[in-house]
Ligand binder design. Structure first.
Ligand SMILES: [Zn+2]
Length: 91
């Protein structure tokens, strides 16, 4: 799917339609000091089975893309609905 780089959309902070720039959401690398990672490290230490269900079979065919919108006037970030697509391009 081809998506425009800039769209006009309602901004709740500005209270009107403004120009938004579109980017694709990307997961950040996990921080070792966050609570979930500390818990995971503690749980997987020592004896016992793996603390989380092991992912074996992927039921979904396509990846989910989440377009992130940034208001050009106030820099407020919001997201559009996530879409399952083969390819997502910004034109
Ligand atoms: Zn705004």
């Amino acid at each position: 799917m081809k998506h425009p780089r800039n769209i006009r959309r309602y901004c709740p902070k500005c209270g009107k339609h403004t120009e938004h720039s579109v980017s694709i959401y990307k997961k950040r690398p996990k921080s070792r000091l966050k609570q979930g990672e500390r818990r995971y490290a503690r749980k997987s230490k020592g004896y016992g089975s793996f603390p989380r269900p092991v992912f074996k079979r992927n039921a979904k065919v396509n990846k989910k893309f989440l377009p992130m919108l940034t208001c050009k006037e106030c820099d407020r970030k919001s997201s559009k609905k996530g879409l399952r697509l083969k390819r997502f391009e910004l034109v």
